[in-house]
Design a binder for this molecule. Structure first.
Ligand SMILES: C[S@@+](CC[C@H](N)C(=O)[O-])C[C@H]1O[C@@H](n2cnc3c(N)ncnc32)[C@H](O)[C@@H]1O
Length: 437
């Protein structure tokens, strides 16, 4: 047994779902950051717990054939990416395994062919939250993502996964904040990139001076960015040039839709992969002019409006009233007349008493916690012919799939894994369930 804090050599046996190597030493499990399966590494212990210990791969003695040099200099420190050292095709294989293991572990029969959806793996993040902090002993203002497992900010001068319009100004943002009157009171900058521009939302904990506003305005004009300030919650985000700042939108070309969004609204992080998933869900559900579709957790209408192009009518349900309003506006702006949207808390106890009426097709795209409460209502009252489930968490997908394919009375017929977040351990997947006759 190695003494605490003393580096030791080991062979990596497995890989966790969050991208750490796994090894066993004297019966104790170790999770090793930066190590890949089958590699021989020198481990530097960092923490010991009762049932497992944590370490970092200090050097790689025998590298895996799948190891590649990370593109980003901050890899290993920055919490944004954890898989850049694994060659890209292997990343998707690893994510696919994650989904399959979760489903099998929950006793769900998995289809043989699993589709893989992927697009450009770099420069894809159109939505992000950057942290900022004034740390004089580290040279001033730091701007970047949080460090892995820590609250420190990783100072980034460039980022290969963020949208290029933001990557090119990372250093300039840091310089800009340094020149404001409150460089220690700007904790975060939200990033939102649309087809018609990129917005930066500066959260400020104290009022900005007129001089600060002028500097922000000039920065926006010079860098061709839309600048917003945010004094309190997301609803307080305000364009510095109200009146001339356009609302951002993204396009779903296959459905001739322009979807507008507010800078702090939820939108799918990766535009290209989002288009692929929307097209896949519409294709799988195979709706026609007689179809009646229910879209749960519909956000600003991403799936609903696409499905509305191929259905008689659609009802989108969403918890955030500002997103419901935006979905209604998006329907009107795109001349979609067969879509209705309503606000409802799909996790509350009242979902059990809710009867949405009859729908031939359902789509669910819940947050990480899954959709079990709503699915019970769907399987007892709505009884659609087909249900497409878009998931950002394989564990809750597996739990919900076990319900659907058990008491729910459905069969899992199609499965896809989509790389919405390349180089991170986040896994997006889609599953089609068809009612057993
Ligand atoms: C993964 S997002 C999907 C959004 C949308 N389908 C899209 O593609 O843009 C999950 C959505 O669930 C919504 N949500 C979270 N909690 C909810 C709740 N308790 N009831 C209803 N909707 C909720 C969020 O506001 C968010 O819009």
């Amino acid at each position: 047994m190695p003494k605490p804090r003393e580096p030791f050599e080991t062979r990596i046996e497995g890989f966790t779902h969050d991208g750490r190597g796994v090894t066993r030493v004297d019966g104790k499990v170790w999770f090793i950051e930066g190590a890949l399966p089958e590699e021989k590494v020198v481990v530097r212990p960092i923490r010991g717990k009762r049932s497992y210990s944590l370490g970092i791969a200090e050097s790689i003695l025998e590298p895996s054939p799948s190891r590649v040099t990370p593109r980003c200099g901050a890899f290993g420190i920055c919490g944004g990416c954890v898989l850049q050292h694994l060659e890209y095709p292997e990343q998707l294989r690893f994510k696919k395994e994650n989904v399959v293991e979760n489903l099998k572990g929950a006793g769900v029969k998995v289809p043989e062919n699993i589709l893989e959806l992927q697009a450009e793996p770099w420069s894809y993040r159109r939505r992000a939250r950057l942290g900022a902090r004034l740390v004089p002993k580290k040279g001033g203002v730091l701007v970047g993502f949080r460090e892995r497992n820590k609250s420190f900010i990783t100072p980034l001068s460039s980022c290969p996964v963020i949208h290029p319009s933001v990557d090119r100004v990372l250093i300039k943002i840091k310089e800009l904040i340094s020149q404001l009157s409150i460089p220690d009171r700007i904790p975060q900058i939200e990033v939102a990139a649309g087809e018609n521009g990129t917005a930066l939302v500066f959260r400020h904990l104290l009022p900005l001076t007129e001089g600060d506003r002028t500097k922000l305005r000039e920065f926006g004009a010079q860098e061709q960015l839309l600048i917003y300030t945010q004094a309190k919650g997301p609803e307080t985000a305000t364009p510095i040039d109200a009146g001339t700042t356009p609302e951002l939108f993204y396009r779903l070309e296959a459905f001739d839709l322009d979807i507008s969004f507010s800078v702090t609204h939820f939108i799918q992080v990766n535009g290209a992969v989002n288009e692929l998933i929307v097209e896949l869900a519409v294709d799988w559900l195979a709706t026609d002019n007689d179809s009646q579709v229910l879209d749960l957790f519909c956000g600003l209408g991403n799936f609903s409006l696409a499905l509305a192009r191929r259905a008689e009518r659609i009802l989108g349900v969403e918890g955030d009233t500002s997103l419901v309003k935006k979905a209604q506006e998006n329907a009107a702006a795109n001349k979609v007349e067969n879509a209705r949207f309503e606000a409802r808390d799909l996790f509350s106890d009242t979902v059990a008493d809710w009867d949405p009426g009859k729908f031939s097709h359902v789509l669910v795209d819940p947050p990480r916690s899954g959709a079990i409460e709503a699915l019970k209502t769907i399987c007892t009252k709505v009884l659609p012919d087909a249900l497409a489930y878009v998931s950002c968490n394989p564990a809750t997908l597996a739990r919900d799939a076990a319900y659907l394919t058990g008491p729910g009375g459905y069969q899992l017929t199609r499965l896809a894994v989509a790389d919405m977040f390349p180089h991170t351990a986040h896994v997006e997947s889609a599953a089609l369930f068809v009612r057993c006759t």
